[in-house]
Design a protein around this ligand. Structure first.
Ligand code: BMA
Length: 416
C-alpha cells in the first residue's frame, strides 16, 4: 500500500509530519493546556507489543500506528457505514458519511451477532458475505476494521439482551462450554476468510480490532453484571483470547476492552473502569462506550455537567492506557437521532480536543444509521443527505485533528 492513500475528496493528504504541525497549531490555538503534560513515551516500536506474539505483520503495524495517532489526530469511525444508511440499503460504494462529507470514515465498525447461529445475515439484516467484502474493501482503501458481537447465549440461543443465564456454564468445565467453543469457531472461520491480495501479489489477512463482551459493567447483556460475576467475566474473556489465539491460530486480531460509561463512578474512575478487567496480557486497546454524556435521553444532568464528565472519562481512559502502554479509544458513542444540530462542534469535538490527554485517543466511533424503511423508526448517529445537521458535521470533518479515510497515513506498515 502507498504511504499516502488516494484522497477521495481532494483534501490535503496528511503525513505524520503534517499531522504533528497541525497538532502543534491546534494546541496553541486551544490556549493553555488544562492538565499536566503526558509523560514522555518510549519510542513506539519498542514500547508496543500486541498480546498475540504471533500477530501478523499488518496487525502489528496497525497497533504501532494506533499508538502513533496519540500525537496525530483522532480517527472517526461509523458502524455499518458501507452496508446501509437512513435512506438506502446495500449499494456498493455508498455511506452516509461519504454522502455528506465526500469521504469515508477511517474506522469501520461491524457487528456479527447471529453468525454463531449459522445465519446468512446478522441480527440487523446485513449479509455476512457482503460484510466480508466491505471489510476487505475498507481495508484495501486504508481504513481500520473493528468487530463487535451481540452473541446469542450459547446454551439457550436467545439474544444477547436476555440476561439469564449468565456465563457460568460456558466456562471451561461448564456444561455448555463446548457450545461456546462452537460459537467462537464460527468467528475464527469468519476472520480467517478475510484474505486479500497485496500490490506485491501476496496474500494477507485483514487485521481486525475485535471488541468482544462489550459493556459488561451494565446489566443488559447475559455477560453483564446481572447473572455473570466479575470472576466469570474475566475467565470468559481470557478463554476467548486463548482459544482464538492459541488453539485456533487466529493472528489477525487486536483485542479491545469496552465498559460502558453510564455505569462508571466518576469519583472513583480507575476502579470502576477496571471492573472485571482481564489484565494487560489480554487487552490491546483500552476502550469505552459513552452515549451517556452525549445527550442521552435517560441522563437528566445539564449539558455542562455532561461535558465535564465526558472530558473526565476520555482523559481517564487515556491516562490509564498511557500507564500501560495501551491504545485508548472511544469505541462506541453518539447521540441517537442527533436531536442537537450542533452536536459535533458543541459536544464531541470540544471534548476530544479538551486537553493533551483527551487528544491521545486513537479513534472515536459512532453507532449505525439504521435504514428507516426496514426498521420503521429513526435510529441514526451521523447526518445523512438532507439532514439539518450537515453543516456542523462538515465542520467536525474539516477540523485538522479529525481523521477520515483519505487523511490516514499507511496504517499497515511500520514507518520509523
Ligand atoms: C444496538 C441497536 C440495535 C442493534 C444492535 C446491534 O445498539 O442499534 O438495533 O440490533 O445495536 O447492531
Amino acid at each position: 500500500m502507498n504511504e499516502f492513500l488516494p484522497g477521495a475528496t481532494g483534501r490535503l493528504r496528511l503525513s505524520y509530519g503534517y499531522l504533528a504541525v497541525a497538532f502543534a497549531l491546534l494546541v496553541s490555538a486551544c490556549g493553555p493546556a488544562s492538565t499536566q503534560k503526558p509523560e514522555a513515551t518510549q519510542p513506539v516500536a519498542d514500547a508496543v507489543q500486541p498480546i498475540d506474539a504471533n500477530a501478523t505483520e499488518p496487525t502489528r503495524a496497525l497497533l504501532h500506528n494506533l499508538h502513533r495517532l496519540k500525537e496525530g489526530g483522532v480517527m472517526f469511525g461509523h458502524q455499518d457505514s458501507l452496508a446501509y444508511g437512513v435512506e438506502w440499503w446495500s449499494e456498493d460504494g455508498r455511506s452516509d458519511v461519504k454522502g455528506v462529507t465526500g469521504d469515508y470514515p477511517a474506522v469501520y465498525g461491524w457487528e456479527i451477532g447471529d453468525l454463531e447461529l449459522g445465519a446468512e445475515e446478522n441480527l440487523d439484516g446485513v449479509n455476512f458475505a457482503d460484510m466480508q467484502g466491505w471489510m476487505k474493501s475498507g481495508y484495501q482503501r486504508g481504513g481500520v476494521i473493528t468487530i463487535s458481537w451481540h452473541m446469542n447465549h450459547p446454551q439457550t440461543e436467545q439474544g444477547s439482551w436476555i440476561t439469564e443465564p449468565g456465563a457460568g456454564e460456558l466456562l471451561p468445565g461448564g456444561a455448555a462450554h463446548h457450545k461456546l467453543k462452537a460459537y467462537l469457531d464460527t468467528f475464527a472461520e469468519f476472520v480467517s476468510a478475510l484474505e486479500v491480495e497485496t500490490e506485491a501479489g501476496e496474500r494477507e489477512l485483514v487485521p481486525v480490532i475485535f471488541r468482544p463482551w462489550h459493556e459488561h459493567n451494565g446489566d443488559w447483556f447475559w455477560w453483564g453484571t446481572r447473572e455473570t460475576s466479575e470472576q466469570e467475566y474475566i475467565q470468559l474473556w481470557r478463554f476467548t483470547v486463548e482459544y482464538l489465539r492459541d488453539e485456533k491460530g487466529v493472528h489477525n486480531l487486536l483485542y479491545a476492552f469496552s465498559p460502558d460509561r453510564s455505569r462508571m463512578n466518576m469519583e472513583d474512575f480507575e476502579q470502576s473502569y477496571f471492573y472485571a478487567y482481564p489484565g494487560d496480557d489480554y487487552v490491546d486497546i483500552l476502550g469505552f462506550d459513552n452515549y451517556w454524556d452525549l445527550g442521552h435521553g435517560s441522563n437528566d444532568a445539564p449539558k455542562a455537567v455532561n461535558q465535564v464528565h465526558l472530558v473526565e472519562s476520555l482523559e481517564g481512559v487515556a491516562r490509564l492506557a498511557a500507564e500501560r502502554n495501551k491504545v485508548a479509544a472511544l469505541t462506541e458513542a453518539g447521540q441517537d437521532t442527533l436531536h442537537e444540530e450542533d452536536f459535533w462542534t458543541q459536544r464531541l469535538l470540544p471534548a476530544l480536543m479538551a486537553n493533551e490527554w483527551t487528544r491521545q485517543l486513537a479513534y472515536a466511533q459512532v453507532w449505525r444509521n439504521a435504514n428507516r424503511a426496514r426498521e420503521q423508526r429513526d435510529h441514526f448517529y451521523v447526518p445523512y443527505p438532507g439532514h439539518p445537521g450537515i453543516e456542523d458535521f462538515i465542520e467536525f470533518y474539516e477540523h485538522p485533528a479529525t481523521l477520515f479515510e483519505a487523511d490516514l497515513p499507511d496504517m499497515y506498515r511500520i514507518n520509523p
